[in-house]
Ligand binder design. Structure first.
Ligand SMILES: Nc1ncnc2c1ncn2[C@@H]1O[C@H](COP(=O)(O)OP(=O)(O)OP(=O)(O)O)[C@@H](O)[C@H]1O
Length: 627
């Protein structure tokens, strides 16, 4: 037996490891299983190239709990180690890695971003164990050895008996880490980190019911057998070529990934690239609608099929954070802080690649499966609008796939829309005015008025529509958007048409004064307009600019500073050519106010602004009038 002391300058490194990595100490299992996987894959490689003259077979990794002994075992059938290799890889290489890590990050250890994702490898075992043993037999014809270390720099190394090739790591679980002797806990960790690792992982046994033979008697009981409980799927969909997969395979994988999601994804994008970086994965578009909260079931990041995190900010562009799925790349540096990640060249390229793939997929759907794409539009528009607003590269490609739905269920691309409305909706200054509603029911009166004039009205109702519109106006020359209630329909698209007025200037002045005296001037600005006889006498409008800035501010970002808290302000458009205007003018002074108030309430009602006591009073008053 050899006794030795690990060459170490830090007096006792293990308590330090434990302390620094405390918050994330469960990763020890992932690290040890990764090592077992590497050892197995190395053997596969060596047998493939004829370097190892042994049978590769169907190796597995076994995880076992021995409650009585207080130990957790990780057993593989990989290449194993000779005494010399243990000396080299465990006593020297692995240790120097751990030491280097500690020296480098001691001071910044509180930045858990660094610690959490640092592959500390074998020595992370000491986060949960007060003694660790390695029993290993190399695939080479050499005796098995046992290494043992109790967390001090002293270790022992001796020959031992082990018939099969491979390595068994035995963790004597420390008093404060007993939870890792709990089956549920270990199962949970295996499912979290190792669900898609490439070598089968066995954890205990399970009972399987055999199918009954066809000619079985009616009361026959099916037979059951005990089989190894394999917890992972070693060949998940993203590791296969898209040509090998059917739609059903993708849907099955989605269910496997998110067992608690009962709704199917709308479509998916298979990512696969190996130059200039290596990345594979599948992104799913769930039904998003106007719900922009992401709490659970996020995109998961893997490194060679080992789960790393579901915090993918910085790697996946922001607008795609609402998607689900998997990204697997060995090229994403995990041992660095978030701010560094965002500046990393490879990571930037990955983000750009993903953006491009999503844009290409959308363009192909819009071109080849237009009808289906239209049906799904409502569920994905938020993501795409967000993409246009936040990613220049995405915005550049977006004309091919952004759709503009109308209030009556038609969908146009920008080009189609432009073609359709350019003759009728260009104003006297040569600007194309795109009309839209944000709420079909609430703005019905305005929508109807616009449609009566032959205008197309879009329905832009996503929570970020105002940001999206703002962006389009910046990008496109001579285009302006106006919500249908931004002004009286006559003024929405100003044309060079002669305006005739029935009232003289003095009459208008008197009408304006009477109205202003009867209403709340803080909220409503009276605006007299010479409209046609059939146009509504009173209409409430909200100027586009003010309203949009307020909305943008409320949604976060953009908008003008302080606008979010600005009081609501409206214009009260009064049609001077209406019969009602005439009535008001000609009524005796004391009868004007009731008439004006009733008309204002009606206008409010059609803008959904009449609420609470005002509404109750209005209804009462209206009933009185019917008597
Ligand atoms: N189960 C095992 N079978 C064979 N060799 C192993 C096993 N576990 C560890 N080793 C050897 O010990 C070395 C050190 O392992 P350790 O986990 O500390 O670092 P690593 O795997 O090289 O890197 P990382 O820090 O990314 O985990 C490995 O490179 C490998 O040579």
């Amino acid at each position: 037996m050899t006794k030795g002391s690990i060459n170490v300058s830090v007096e006792n490194i293990f308590p330090l490891i434990k302390k620094f990595l405390y918050s994330d100490h469960e990763i020890f299992l992932r690290e040890l299983i990764s090592n077992a996987t590497d050892a197995t894959l190395k053997l596969k490689h060596l047998t493939n190239i004829g370097e190892a003259k042994v049978e590769y077979g169907n190796p597995k990794i076994e995880v076992k709990i021995d409650k009585d002994a207080g130990t957790l075992h990780i057993i593989d059938q990989g290449i194993g180690m000779t005494a010399e290799e243990v000396e080299k890889y465990i006593n020297q290489v692995a240790f120097s890695g751990a030491e280097e890590f500690l020296n480098q990050y001691k001071d910044s250890a509180k930045d858990s971003g660094i610690i959490g994702h640092f592959g500390l490898g074998f020595y992370s075992a000491f986060m949960v164990a007060d003694q660790v043993e390695i029993i290993t037999k190399s695939f080479k014809d050499e005796p098995a050895v046992k290494w043992s270390c109790d967390g001090s720099p002293e270790f022992t190394l001796e020959e031992t008996k082990k018939a099969e090739r491979g390595t068994e790591i035995i963790l004597h679980i420390a008093e404060d880490s007993k939870e890792f002797l709990d089956e549920h806990k270990i199962r949970e960790l295996l499912l979290k980190y190792n669900k898609f690792m490439p070598i089968p992982i066995q954890f205990g046994m399970k009972t399987e019911t055999l199918p009954l033979p066809e000619d079985a008697a009616e009361d026959a009981k099916p037979e059951t057998i005990e089989v190894e409980n394999i917890i992972n799927n070693p060949t998940p969909a993203w590791t296969k070529a898209p040509s090998e997969l059917t739609d059903e395979d993708y849907l099955n994988f989605y269910r496997e990934l998110y067992p608690m999601q009962f709704e199917e994804p709308l479509f998916w994008i298979h990512l696969n690239v190996d130059y200039p970086f290596n990345l594979s994965g599948i992104l799913f578009f769930p039904r998003i609608g106007n719900n922009v909260n992401i709490e659970k079931d996020k995109i998961q990041l893997y490194q060679n099929q080992v789960f790393v995190t579901d915090e993918v900010k910085g790697i996946v562009p922001d607008f795609l954070m609402l998607l689900r799925g998997v990204i697997d790349s060995p090229d994403i540096p995990l041992n660095v802080s978030r701010s560094y990640l965002q500046a990393d060249g490879a990571v930037k390229k990955i983000s750009q690649y993903i953006t491009k793939k999503v844009a290409d997929k959308m363009a192909s759907l819009a071109k080849n499966e237009r009808e289906e794409f239209e049906k799904k539009w409502n569920d994905i528009k938020v993501v795409l609008e967000y993409g246009v607003v936040s990613e220049e590269k995405f915005a550049e490609k977006s004309e091919k796939f952004m759709l503009f739905p109308t209030v009556d269920g038609k969908y146009f691309t920008w080009e189609e829309l432009n073609e359709k409305i350019k003759d009728h909706q260009t104003n006297k200054d040569g600007k194309l005015v795109v009309l839209y509603a944000s709420h079909q029911d609430q703005q019905d009166a305005y929508i109807q008025a616009a449609q009566e004039k032959g205008y197309e009205v879009l329905l832009l109702d996503s929570p970020i529509a105002s940001h999206f519109i703002q962006k389009l106006e910046q990008e496109k020359e001579n285009v302006t958007f106006a919500r249908v209630d931004a002004d009286h329909v006559q003024n929405l698209i100003k044309k060079d048409e002669p305006i005739l007025s029935k009232l003289s200037d003095e009459q208008k002045e008197s009408l304006k004064t009477s109205i202003e005296n009867s209403i709340n001037k803080q909220t409503y600005t009276v605006q007299l307009e010479d409209l046609s006889l059939s146009d509504a006498p009173f209409v409430i409008t909200q100027p586009e600019f003010m309203r949009r800035m307020k909305e943008m501010q409320q949604m976060g970002g953009g908008g003008m500073f302080g606008m979010g808290n600005f009081p609501e302000m409206y214009n009260l458009v009064v049609n001077t050519n209406s019969e009602l205007a005439n009535e008001i003018l000609n009524k005796p002074e004391e009868e004007k106010a009731p008439l004006i108030n009733q008309a204002l309430d009606l206008a409010k009602l059609s803008q959904n602004l009449l609420k609470g006591k005002e509404l109750t009073d209005f209804v009462k008053r209206s009933f009185e009038m019917l008597k």
